[in-house]
Design a protein around this ligand. Structure first.
Ligand SMILES: Nc1ncnc2c1ncn2[C@@H]1O[C@H](COP(=O)(O)OP(=O)(O)OP(=O)(O)O)[C@@H](O)[C@H]1O
Ligand SMILES: [Mg+2]
Length: 295
């Protein structure tokens, strides 16, 4: 039941139709982050959450990405950080490009970290924050970033369980590239700006390789989520547990940077979609109506 067999050819056909109509209106959406759109499947009687990673050039490139995902699951297991059960599938299309799907049980969104904190009475601390801080301290390392934002966690009152695995922040030893072909993600952008974006994104990912950076990002996201009142307790908990010096000013600076970057990135994607579809080519990404930074 947890992982019913899904025909990803059907999912892909369904999504292809939505991409062509440029609308997510007919899709049973469970949510979206900056990278992927999360669907309930099958649409009429959902039993699973599916997340689509844009197509890789071929099966080999997809396999490399899947291997990195598998390694990340191992890392979490060794660090004793809980992971939401996830199956990663490669679907090779008729045009030989390979789409990767992550399949998970549908989570109870009342348990989503951001919703939990929104519902919790304000206090000096919260066990979910402590659990995330501990997880970040165990997982982050110079070649592995960990996206710790609250919307990537489920909290059942005891355990913080990570649920976002679509873009593992696994860097090469020299830390200037991802360990899988980032083309799948970069193809959404106009060709001329890809080298610039690749640099920008790689430097963004390096932020997550230190617990302090990953957690400052978590707090910056709390500002976005309307969780301002928890900013102070979160900063205190981080500094107490890590011996770090996170401040409201640093958090604000990061938030301002991201707030400028992400909407312009979505505009770039939309421009690229216009360009490709007006030159008779296929656009591959299902875009959210807006970024999670509401303008
Ligand atoms: N298994 C699930 N069941 C129900 N809802 C889910 C599930 N997984 C994700 N979601 C919803 O979709 C949102 C985005 O999911 P996720 O973080 O995996 O996507 P993402 O695009 O990879 O995000 P990011 O921008 O952080 O990389 C979650 O915050 C949550 O609201
Ligand atoms: Mg996410």
């Amino acid at each position: 039941m947890t992982h019913m067999a899904i025909d990803f050819g059907d999912v892909e056909a369904f999504i292809a139709r939505a991409i062509r109509s440029r609308s997510t209106a007919d899709l049973p959406l469970l949510g979206h982050g900056e990278i992927s759109v999360v669907l309930a499947w099958p649409a009429d009687e959902p039993v699973a959450a599916v997340k689509r990673v844009p197509p890789f050039r071929d099966r080999e490139a997809a396999q490399k990405y899947v291997d990195v995902c598998a390694e990340f699951f191992d890392t979490l297991r060794n660090a004793e950080v809980a992971a939401w059960p996830t199956m990663v599938h490669i679907h090779v299309r008729d045009d030989d490009r390979a789409v990767v799907y992550h399949q998970q049980p549908i989570a109870d969104l009342a348990q989503l970290g951001s919703n939990v904190m929104r519902a919790a009475p304000l206090a000096d601390s919260h066990p979910l924050l402590d659990a995330i801080i501990e997880a970040a301290a165990r997982v982050c390392n110079p070649t592995l970033g960990f996206d710790c934002q609250l919307a990537n966690w489920l909290w059942d009152g005891n355990t913080a369980t990570q649920l976002d695995f679509t873009s593992p922040f696994a860097l090469t030893v020299d830390r200037d590239d991802l360990r899988y072909d980032a083309h799948a993600f970069l193809q959404e952008y106009p060709l001329v700006i890809r080298p610039y974006l690749k640099k920008e994104f790689t430097s963004l990912i390096r932020r997550f390789t230190k617990a302090e950076g990953a957690l400052t990002d978590m707090v910056a996201n709390m500002m976005k989520e309307g969780l301002d009142e928890w900013v102070e307790p979160a900063i205190n908990a981080i500094n107490l547990q890590l011996g770090s010096n996170v401040t409201r000013v640093k958090v604000q600076r990061m938030y301002d940077h991201d707030r400028k970057l992400m909407p312009s990135v979505l505009k770039l994607k939309k421009a690229q979609r216009w360009w490709l579809t007006h030159t008779g080519r296929r656009y591959e990404q299902l875009l959210p109506v807006r970024t999670t930074y509401h303008e």
